[in-house]
Design a protein. Structure first.
Length: 171
């Protein structure tokens, strides 16, 4: 599949089978995270890959009881690293570090799809609760939860905005 075909066919999956994810696939997801672009190459991100059942259940509760999270074999929690402020100040913390995490998450979503896995980007959760569950140091802020597993079902494509609504050419 071409990268554009992968992008167009990827879906948000919230229903997973019980099948475990092989180690080599988890390694591929890690590489996808590691090789994402980064502001100033500071790589101001840290990911937690959660396999523990009880921890996944706690994360699902912290995500306003989105129970499908706990049913995924792997749950990635993507965090930004506030230490980027030393180089880029507030803009680094409030923008660049979020962009770093977002690029890594997108790489992971696309790689998961290429491997036949499903995933979904979850942004609705209580940050304080997630930080407590994972015992995060003060420099890390959780910004995304990504359940990953084999899809039990795959929804159809949602509608997309028109090209004219998305792009303006300046000639």
């Amino acid at each position: 599949m071409s990268i554009l075909e992968i992008i167009k066919s990827r879906r948000s999956i919230r229903d997973f089978t019980d099948r475990e994810i092989p180690g080599e696939m988890i390694e591929a997801l890690i590489e996808a995270v590691r090789w994402a672009p980064s502001a100033g190459n500071l790589q101001s991100r840290k990911f937690y890959f959660v396999l523990n059942r009880e921890t996944k259940m706690e994360l699902a509760r912290a995500a306003f009881n989105q129970h499908f999270i706990a049913k995924a074999p792997l749950v990635a929690v993507a965090c930004l690293d506030r230490r980027i402020a030393a180089r880029y100040g507030d803009r680094g913390v409030n923008l660049y570090s979020i962009q770093d995490v977002a690029a890594s998450v997108e790489n992971m979503l696309l790689t998961a799809h290429e491997l036949g896995l499903g995933s979904v980007w979850v942004g609705a959760f209580n940050e304080y609760d997630v930080a407590e569950i994972l015992e995060l140091p003060d420099n890390l802020r959780p910004v995304a939860i990504v359940p990953i597993g084999y899809p039990a079902r795959t929804p159809g494509a949602p509608p997309r905005a028109s090209k004219d609504d998305v792009i303006t050419f300046i000639l």
